[in-house]
Write a protein that binds this ligand. Structure first.
Ligand code: PEP
Length: 253
């Protein structure tokens, strides 16, 4: 599959922002600014805003994703939410392994090894986040970190389902810092991630979408998205404003 054949994907990650009412009015505004012609547009919203967002996004090009889920379908896991619960709401995808969850909530590669296939089993599109810290980059350990994270997380995904996984390369030092990776740095890391998928299946490597995330804005998106292996963006801060997010979608089109 050529880069042109992989459909660009722009996903906003709201983190812990927006109430259900705010989410509804955001989705209504964004829907008037984007078209589904050539770009997939997603919003990863807090659990409490999922139902309102799904309802507001109905018959629009926008799909709604959650920001985490538990690997088990049900059980004694207080405070957790499962894949079937998300699917029942009409949620289409789920962010897994975001660096903030790894850092603040003890998310592990071992748990992700169960979460990624559990999402796929339930028909949810996993957006698997991987990325190195500043110290790891300086110590030239970026590839070692990415290899570990990617191989572990996709270990239990059958080869023919690998193309359904979206991978987001998010260097931790670029998240929320305003310090965006250069297009060359992002391309190099994302080509490496694609090659890791290729170690499992060449066909999957050609088809899997790999996004860049870390201080993406409407200003820097064009150059990043022009790189051959970068298939879209996971956008944090700039996704909180519909005009900004629509600008990035336009850059991807
Ligand atoms: C993110 O939260 O996934 C992210 C990339 O944030 P930001 O765009 O604000 O750096």
């Amino acid at each position: 599959m050529t880069p042109e054949a992989r459909r660009p994907y722009i996903a906003g990650n709201w983190k812990m922002h927006k109430t259900a009412a705010e989410a509804r009015s955001f989705v209504e505004r964004l829907a008037g600014m984007v078209s589904a012609d050539s770009v997939d547009v997603g919003l990863c919203v807090p659990f409490t805003a999922l139902a309102a967002s799904v309802e507001a996004a109905r018959d629009t090009p926008i799909s709604i994703a959650a920001q985490n889920m538990h690997q088990e379908p049900a059980g004694a896991y207080t405070g957790e939410v499962s894949a079937p619960m998300l699917v029942e709401l009409g949620v289409r995808g789920v962010v897994l392994g975001h660096s903030e969850r790894r850092r603040y909530n003890g998310e592990t590669d071992r748990a992700l090894q169960e979460k990624v296939p559990a999402a796929l089993l339930n028909g949810l599109e996993p957006i698997l986040c991987v990325g190195e810290s500043e110290e790891e980059r300086e110590a030239e350990e970026t590839q070692r970190r990415l290899r570990h994270q990617v191989q572990e997380a996709i270990e239990n995904v059958p080869d023919d389902q690998l193309p359904a996984v979206v991978i987001a390369y998010e260097p931790i030092w670029a998240i929320g810092s305003g310090r965006v990776a250069t297009p060359g740095e992002a391309q190099e890391a994302i080509a490496f991630i694609r090659a890791l998928v290729g170690d499992r299946s060449r066909a999957a490597a050609a088809a899997v979408r790999v996004l860049y995330g870390g201080s993406v804005s409407a200003d820097n998106a064009v150059e990043l998205l022009a790189q051959p292996d970068i298939d879209g963006a996971l956008v944090g801060g700039a996704s909180l404003d519909p005009e900004n997010l629509a600008g990035i979608v336009t850059a991807a089109g």
